[in-house]
Write a protein that binds this ligand. Structure first.
Ligand code: PMP
Length: 425
């Protein structure tokens, strides 16, 4: 495997020089060179090519041993009936909208001001479609989109697919440095049209935006009329520390907040079901946009989730996940400390899936390290995947959620061997 194949640009049509030398370029749309793909998603295919055992710290997937698949197998008998295999309503199956609203209300995930208002919810095909709808509705070519740095690859890549200009705003242990965004705006006189943020248990850094920063970000957005895409797949997976209000809780019924949520991280990613929580006017437009994408999210999957929620499946399941992920995160933090003392800085998340590791030695290039790591039998996502400008070459993202503590130890020992080999080669 060549290291360059890890870079998103290699997935674009321009990445293939073979054809472009032989035939005239195809009449692609101007956005085609912004369709950079995702190093994260490509890693699934990359790993499939290896036939030895690999500890997978790369993909941000829930632990396979903890998916509620037995519940689904039981419920499926009722759900897999002919009427659930036809088209559904674009906004989502009413049974799921009701069960979801009930679940979110009863777990304090909808501010009281918004309770009872089903006109804000639209069921999507995963969180990714929520992001796509958000950027599609608000980004015209050349618009400025601010994202965190590092940011969730697929989020910034979606903004780029609508030809956004990306502004990377650094993240520290309190989340996005909103003051840097303010300074940039004051200096250039140009505020971002959209701010893309994962404020809680950020992907990839695992950090959580502090309350003062949340308030500051909201004031900034109100002052400049910037739309905030609040991507919140991990918020309910807190295993330590005090819970913080979502931006949408701090500013209920705010038309500038476009909330993106998903069932992928607390139910099952393969079902490909998520939702957006947005102003009803915005939802109308999102429904129209979704109708030209896929008409509706997978109907049987929506019914599976609806029944599972309605029978109370989520309550104990989420608690089980929190306990397991806490244990796994502690195993990963302890393993890193034991095996890389003084060599790395690692974040210390209170929830979610990820640890962000930065090597003190800036000459370590985690894209170059990757082939050796895979040979040793461990996978991660290299830092530059999380920066449109390709920063963070000496950093990497580790997902602690998918492996048991024993496997985490094994994976980190393999990573240790890979770094030693890489240094000596
Ligand atoms: N946003 C973030 C921050 C994520 O981590 C993910 C999943 N990795 C998504 C969105 C996409 O979610 P889904 O798999 O439901 O499309």
């Amino acid at each position: 495997m060549s290291t360059t194949s890890m870079h998103p640009a290699a997935n674009s049509p321009q990445g293939s020089t073979q054809n472009s030398q032989q035939a005239p370029a195809l009449p692609y749309a101007s956005r085609h060179d912004q369709l950079i793909g995702s190093v994260i998603d490509a890693s699934t295919t990359l790993l499939a090519a290896y036939d030895h055992d690999i500890v997978k710290f790369g993909m941000g997937a829930p632990a396979p041993d903890m998916l509620p698949s037995k519940d689904f197998a039981r419920i499926a008998g009722d759900v897999f009936s002919p009427e659930n295999f036809t088209y559904g309503e674009t906004k989502g199956e009413p049974i799921l909208l009701d069960a979801l609203h009930e679940y979110l209300s009863s777990t304090g995930q909808i501010p009281p001001e918004q309770q009872g208002n089903l006109d804000r919810l639209l069921i999507t095909s995963g969180g990714m479609q929520g992001l796509d709808l958000g950027f599609k509705l608000f980004v015209s070519p050349g618009d400025l989109v601010a994202c965190e740095s590092p940011t969730y690859t697929n989020g910034s890549a979606t903004a780029m697919s609508y030809e956004a200009e990306i502004l990377e705003v650094p993240v520290d242990e309190d989340g996005m440095q909103v003051e840097v965004l303010e300074e940039h705006t004051a200096r250039t006189g140009r505020a971002p049209k959209v701010i893309y943020t994962v404020p809680t248990f950020q992907n990839p850094a695992g950090v959580t935006m502090s309350l003062p920063r949340r308030e500051r970000l909201l004031s900034f957005a109100h002052k400049h009329r910037s739309v905030i895409i609040e991507d919140n797949p991990y918020g309910m997976l807190r295993f330590s520390g005090e819970s913080l209000p979502a931006l949408s809780d701090l500013s209920p019924n705010d038309p500038l907040i476009f909330g993106v949520r998903t069932f992928s991280k607390f139910v099952a990613p393969g079902l490909r079901v998520g939702w957006i929580d947005v102003d009803p006017e915005v939802r109308e437009l999102a429904v129209n946009a979704k109708q030209t994408m896929d008409s509706c999210a997978a109907v049987p999957n929506q019914h599976l989730i609806a029944r599972w929620l309605a029978e109370g499946g989520a309550d104990s399941h989420v608690e089980t996940l929190r306990v397991a992920y806490r244990e796994r995160k502690m195993a990963m933090s302890a393993g890193l400390e034991r095996l890389f003392p003084g060599e790395i800085r690692a974040t210390d998340p209170d929830g979610g899936f990820f640890l962000w590791v930065t090597f003190e030695d800036e000459t370590i290039d985690t894209e170059d390290l990757m082939p050796t790591a895979l040979e040793e039998g461990v996978a991660y996502i290299p830092g530059p995947a999380f920066s449109p400008a390709g920063n963070f070459s000496n950093a990497l993202r580790l997902c602690f959620a998918s492996a048991t503590p024993d496997r985490i130890d094994e994976g980190l020992e393999r990573l240790r061997r890979a770094v030693d080999r890489y240094r000596s080669e």
